[in-house]
Design a protein around this ligand. Sequence first.
Ligand SMILES: [Zn+2]
Length: 104
Amino acid sequence: MKNEKEITEEMQLVTAQMIKDDIEENPDIVNEFFECDCCGADKCLAGSVEYNGYRLCNDCVLIAEISFALKKITDIQELIDLYEDKNLAGLCQYIKQEESRENN
Ligand SMILES: [Zn+2]
C-alpha cells in the first residue's frame, strides 16, 4: 500500500509525461489554450484531460488523479465543487509542500 507522498510523487511524473506526450504528438499544442473547468484559468491544452465532459488543465489533472488514487473523491464533480468552495488545500498537502520548498 503506497502512502500519500509516494502517490503524489508518482502522479507528478505521470502528469508531466502527459504534457510531453501531447507535445510530441502535436507540437503546435503549446500555443493552444482553453479555460479549465476546474480552476477557471487559461491553461495550455497540453497535458489536459477530459473527465465526464469537464476539461481539466494539467495542474488540476494532477490534483484529480491524486484525489482519485487516495479515494478522497469518486467523481470529478466532487473536485469541481471543492474548488468552488476553495477547499483544495487539505486535499493536496504534499503538492503545497513541494511548491513552498521550491520557492525557498
Ligand atoms: Zn485547472
